[in-house]
Design a protein around this ligand. Structure first.
Ligand SMILES: Nc1ncnc2c1ncn2[C@@H]1O[C@H](COP(=O)(O)OP(=O)(O)O)[C@@H](O)[C@H]1O
Ligand SMILES: [Mg+2]
Length: 365
């Protein structure tokens, strides 16, 4: 098995070339403001992202969240308004024209959503892959093209033109073309946007395979949340900022059965600001203000009992069944204006139910 740290040096034709230490993609407080007809649009609002060499990362966000803006910057087509972006050790903010051309030819490869934008329509698959190749020896070129088409599982369409291939085959040939010169980083903007689910899965797996075999770092941006099933790390982008992320790995239990384990993370900036996953926020009805508690090894976050507390009725000693919530979890019954407020028995509930704080308010009624 190949891991990100043990790349097969034996890949003929070479694998991703790097002569820098540190992450392959590093965005620090990246800002991009578009000004059109006097209106300013903040497409990126201080985005932070770090991707280590050989990783495959999906950046997922709704339409308009700034994904293409980020990829345009990382591919050297656009410049940030503020902040820093470094790819494979190259600072994208201070590139000359010449450096930019070199960067686009050697350091990064791209795959775009529109299959037609990736390939020359009048060239065959093999000719498309050969086009960017810098190898001048004809036999070596042929070998390299053959290996790449094989790696992406499209060796059988080598002599077909794009119009004679399926969308999924075109995208796999596009990936082969993008990685032909061993870039350190492969950037893909909605590469499966025009494909059905089955074909998307094939293309994403081909991308991961290419990363494992060639050592190329892959950043895929998409609005399709199902991509999370195909990559180890999924980062959410919201309003031009990265927010939460999910890391997945497989664990084998005592019966030898593999389980996928997903762990949710959030980004914390230098000022200590962070965003909770929206699912957590709705689950606990968090809003306006939350209560924090510093523990030896973690921070607890609770709904604000003071603000959400029902109108205080007479104290009530007997806890009703199913209301084992701690007083941190209060409901908004006082907002509804229908009948008297609930008894405050929840406030005397024992606090030995570890799940109490995670119960949705409406489940307690
Ligand atoms: N060239 C541009 N000029 C003005 N506004 C733009 C331009 N490109 C993108 N935007 C705006 O920036 C925001 C982010 O766009 P984009 O990066 O394309 O999002 P996504 O790829 O996530 O759908 C959107 O509000 C979009 O309308
Ligand atoms: Mg886009």
């Amino acid at each position: 098995m190949t891991t990100t740290d043990t790349r097969p040096a034996a890949t003929p034709g070479g694998s991703a070339s790097r002569d820098h230490g540190g992450p392959d993609i590093l965005c620090e407080d990246l800002v991009r403001i578009y000004s059109t007809e006097g209106v300013e649009i903040q497409a990126l609002q201080g985005l932070n992202l770090r991707v280590e060499p050989g990783d495959v990362v999906a950046l997922v966000g709704a339409s308009g969240s700034g994904k293409s803006t980020l990829l345009n910057i990382l591919s050297g087509l656009d410049k940030p308004t503020g902040g820093r972006a470094t790819v494979a050790g190259v600072n994208l903010g201070s590139m000359s024209r010449q450096q930019r051309v070199h960067y686009q030819r050697h350091t990064v490869g791209f795959v775009w959503q529109q299959t037609s934008r990736n390939l020359m329509p009048f060239l065959t698959a093999a000719e498309n892959v050969a086009l960017p190749l810098l190898i001048s020896n004809a036999r070596e070129r042929r070998e390299r093209v053959g290996e790449l088409l094989e790696l992406l599982g499209v060796a059988d369409v080598r002599d077909r033109r794009p119009a004679e291939m399926s969308g999924g085959q075109q995208q796999r040939v596009a990936i082969a073309t993008a990685v032909a010169n061993n870039p350190a980083v492969l950037l893909a903007d909605e590469p499966t946007g025009e494909l059905d689910d089955a074909m998307s899965a094939v293309v994403l797996d081909a991308m991961r395979e290419a990363s494992e075999r060639l050592g190329v770092t892959v950043l895929i941006v998409t609005h399709d949340p199902t991509i999370a099933d195909h990559v180890r790390r999924t980062v959410q982008i919201r309003d031009g900022r990265t927010s939460t992320e999910v890391l997945r790995h497989t664990e084998v239990d005592e019966h030898g059965v593999e389980h996928l384990v997903a762990q949710e993370y959030t980004v914390i900036d230098r000022a200590g600001r962070m965003q909770l996953p929206s699912g957590y926020v709705t689950e606990l009805g968090l809003r306006d203000r939350v209560r924090l508690e510093l523990e030896p090894d973690h921070v607890g976050v609770w709904p604000d009992a003071e603000r959400n507390k029902p109108v205080e009725p007479e104290h009530h000693e007997t806890p009703a069944a199913g209301t084992h919530a701690q007083d941190e979890v209060s409901t908004e019954t006082h907002d509804r204006g229908e009948g008297p407020a609930e008894p405050a028995d929840r406030h005397t509930a024992p606090d030995d139910d570890p799940n109490a704080a995670f119960r949705r308010p409406e489940e307690e009624q």
